[in-house]
Design a protein around this ligand. Structure first.
Ligand code: NAD
Length: 483
């Protein structure tokens, strides 16, 4: 292995290969090697945090006026937009996501920078009602150094919404992307320097979870850890952060209920259910993976769903006809496969999929057919554990009380969908569901302008929307005596 073949990462203005053992990035659609990526050791992470801390304290960033900070974020958005095709193709090569979705995500990433640039310019401080002879002011300060740790499923959007908000709030960031998808973060960091962001304000350290991510989480100068990923990792991070009272914002896993009442527009509901679970090959934290259908229409609805699922076009991510692309890695495909076997052991009936595709053209990739499993109770392992793949559990329900008991009968609480023609019922059920986002007669609509996050074990804290900026700030009270 030649040293120059290793993709370096960014500390300050310096690109470095790091002291860790480089790791491979592979294309899950073909198994081809994308390249070798430099790994940051604990010493590299320490250097990145020290660089971020020094840069954040510099007047050039600390005292930069909000409209000037916003101008840098807007320039970065323009550069991301101009580079969208490269970014989209790189993400596709790393996680196998459909090219069109990657393109949409690159543009959504650019727009997250624009949105938080706007917020940066209008962020208010407050004059609180005085309860004495003083002026009570509330100002919002940056944390200092923020660690952003991200998963592989949608780096283009997830990283933008974290980094844009953290920078708009005046922090410096050390971003650790997933070891499966380092490319977009490295490219965006290079564009950020080009946009005029002072060196050291955005650093990217690539590497494995425990080694590089663990060092970042344990670092005493990281004051906020903004993490998106699995619930088990999120709990480990929260425990480590508690040792030194570092703040955490956690966007974790899901097992979202998708609910169809008998009075719904069943054609639209069918489209919504298919899109809700099988888009992004089910590798979406908000995927509607537990389908609850009112008993009167259950058999007919599930029969139509199975027929439509079998028709979905599984294929290469850059084929425009593809509806379901590969899983993000071979190791992840094996996990999905073993969870379907587990469901069969527990008495689940596989109504669609359940295997790898037979098409020889797809034999070299990490493919798995969209799968529907019936016959399990809501407390079965497949209905309780996150698969993060194209696997749907279907369950009937009798009435609203039965539905809510089952739908809320999960450790997770990220999202939920309701299909019904009754407005009062939609409102009642929406308020009773324990989840951070509820869709009514639609599913998986996302917007940077509304807060996003989980109830229960799906996380704590919110990203996006106006709340998104407050996640990256600490309120400070200033009491000014007037006596
Ligand atoms: P993961 O938890 O395995 O890894 C996420 C990131 O954490 C990676 O960068 C990884 O290297 C790092 N990491 C792993 N162990 C670590 C440790 N001990 N200390 C510090 N960092 C560590 O998750 P994944 O497999 O990359 O992503 C899939 C998960 O992400 C799913 O559970 C999914 O639901 C969740 N997710 C949640 C959201 C959301 O917004 N709620 C969005 C997308 C994905």
């Amino acid at each position: 292995m030649q040293d120059q073949d290793v993709q370096p990462f960014l500390i300050g203005a310096e690109w470095t290969r790091g002291e860790g053992t480089p790791f491979e990035s592979r294309n899950p659609a073909t198994g081809a090697l994308n390249g070798l990526i430099g790994a940051a050791s604990a010493a590299d992470v320490d250097r990145a945090v020290a660089t971020a801390r020094a840069a954040q304290a510099e007047p050039a960033w600390r005292d930069m006026l909000p409209h000037k900070r916003a101008a840098i974020l807007r320039r970065l958005a323009d550069l991301i937009e101009a580079d969208a095709e490269w970014l989209a193709r790189r993400q596709m090569q790393e996680n196998g996501k459909r090219l069109q979705e990657c393109r949409d995500q690159a543009l959504a990433g650019a727009n997250a920078y624009r949105y938080f640039a706007g917020i940066c310019e209008v962020m208010p401080s407050e004059v609180a009602p005085a309860r004495g002879n003083h002026l009570s002011l509330v100002v919002y300060e940056p944390f200092g150094v923020v660690a952003a740790i991200t998963p592989w499923n949608s780096p283009l959007t997830l990283e933008s919404q974290k980094v844009a908000a953290a920078l708009a709030a005046g922090n410096a960031v050390v971003l650790k992307p997933s070891e499966f998808t380092p490319g977009p973060a490295l490219r965006v960091a290079a564009l950020a320097l080009q946009a005029g962001l002072p060196p050291g304000i955005l650093n990217v350290v690539t590497g494995l979870g425990l080694e590089t991510g663990g060092a970042l989480v344990a670092h005493p100068d990281v004051r906020l850890i903004s993490f998106t990923g699995g619930t088990a990792t999120g709990k480990a991070i929260a425990r480590a952060a508690a040792q030194r009272m570092a703040a955490v914002a956690l966007e974790l896993g899901g097992k979202s209920p998708h609910i169809v009442f008998a009075d719904a527009d069943l054609d639209k509901a069918l489209d919504g259910v298919l899109h809700g679970v099988f888009s992004s090959t089910g590798q979406s934290c908000i995927a509607g993976t537990r389908l609850f259908v009112e008993r009167g229409v259950y058999d007919a609805f599930v029969a139509r769903l199975v027929a439509r699922t079998r028709e979905l076009k599984v294929g290469l991510p850059d084929d425009p006809a593809t509806q379901v692309s590969p899983l993000s890695s071979f190791i992840h495909r094996d996990k999905v496969e073993s969870m379907v076997a587990m469901a069969a052991e527990d008495g689940g009936r596989i109504l669609a999929g359940g295997t790898r595709p037979a098409d020889p053209a797809l034999a070299g990739g990490a493919f798995f057919l969209p799968t529907i499993v019936a016959g399990l109770a809501n407390d079965a392992r497949l209905c309780q554990q996150e698969v993060f793949g194209p696997v749907l559990c279907v369950l009937p329900f009798d009435d609203e009380a039965d539905l809510l008991r089952q739908a809320n009968g999960t450790a997770f609480g990220l999202a939920a969908g309701i299909w019904t023609a009754s407005m009062p019922r939609a409102w009642r059920v929406a308020r009773a569901l324990e989840a951070g986002t509820i869709w009514i007669n639609t599913y998986k609509e996302l917007s940077v302008s509304v807060p996003f996050g989980g109830f229960k074990e799906s996380g704590s804290g919110r990203e996006k929307g106006f709340y998104g900026i407050r996640t990256y700030q600490e309120p400070k009270t200033v009491m000014w005596g007037l006596a």
